[in-house]
Design a binder for this molecule. Structure first.
Ligand code: PLP
Length: 285
């Protein structure tokens, strides 16, 4: 067992971590979180993740009490428990606990929980073979919706469940107007005639840290990029589709709803971008 947790700065094995039953994160999902990984033992893109944590908090009217420096110190201390191994890190801040009730002002003392676990590395075949996806329309999703990464992840969980029940790895989600949004826990890219398309942030998608870094890789590689609304039919004759996330980096989707995407294997744009992204992460973390 090599999972460790820091709760308000106190580090214990994760199995011994204790959260009060009245913590609002448990009662209502009243929390924000970030998921990231290490490269060479150091947290990747930590500044960007801390910035997005604050953005998520502001979108649920929660002003974070902890400073970035305090979070950085806790993460460093936590990582000292796991030298020489790559880690999966989750930072969770709940609104805390207090008198029982729904009103947010009943809570005081936000709770800072940071979890460090061994990173479950995917085999290289994950990237060389690609993954299978299904499409999923969400009628209650619309353009312009402001997304926060909060403890309410039920829709994401249900999207992943739909994918797994269909024997796939990921669900590509569409809004009420049948425009592409994102995966269950990933952003999506579509390649057509050498141009890299991805839903713009106004599509109501999480501003993925990997998404942004992939767009920067594309710029370095002189790949034309368009951030725009993507109707479903743009995926039907796509040459390549791929998903991005901090843990999976960039992975090709080789079938969608059982139909081959392009040649049915990871395409040249995905391979080029992924290679460039890996190099960037190793050099800049
Ligand atoms: C809904 C959603 N979209 C996109 C992403 C990808 O974000 P990132 O690249 O910052 O990991 C995630 C990651 O968990 C997510 O949950």
């Amino acid at each position: 067992m090599n999972d460790w947790v820091s709760i308000n700065g106190a580090i214990t094995p994760a199995s011994e971590g204790r959260i009060p039953i009245y913590d609002r994160g448990f009662l209502y999902g009243d929390s924000v979180f970030e998921t990231l990984r290490t490269y060479s033992g150091r947290p990747h893109a930590l500044n960007q993740h801390l910035k997005r944590l604050r953005l998520s908090a502001s979108r649920i009217a929660m002003e974070l009490e902890v400073t970035d420096d305090e979070l950085r110190r806790s993460i460093d201390q936590l990582l000292e428990t796991r030298p020489d191994q790559e880690s999966y890190l989750r930072i969770i801040i709940t609104r805390g606990d207090g008198e029982f009730g729904l009103a947010p002002d009943l809570a005081s003392n936000q709770r800072v929980v940071i979890l460090a676990r061994p990173l479950q590395e995917h085999p290289e075949s994950f990237w060389s073979d690609g993954i299978h996806a299904v499409s999923l329309q969400e009628k209650l999703r619309w353009r312009g919706k402001r997304i926060a990464k909060t403890g309410n992840y039920l829709n994401n969980l249900l999207a992943l469940d739909a994918a797994r029940r269909a024997g796939a790895h990921e669900a590509l989600r569409f809004d009420a107007d049948d425009h592409l949004t994102e995966g269950s826990t990933s952003n999506v890219f579509v390649v057509r005639q050498g141009v890299l398309h991805t839903p713009d942030l106004a599509a109501g998608v999480l501003p993925g840290i990997t998404r942004q870094l992939i767009l920067e890789c594309a710029q370095r590689l002189d790949i034309e990029v368009r951030e725009q609304a993507i109707p479903r039919d743009m995926l039907e004759d796509a040459d390549e589709i791929m998903i991005s996330s901090s843990i999976r980096e960039l992975v090709a989707v080789v079938t969608l709803d059982g139909q081959r995407v392009g040649e049915g294997r990871p395409g040249p744009v995905c391979r080029q971008l992924h290679g460039n992204y890996r190099e960037y992460c190793i050099e800049h973390t």
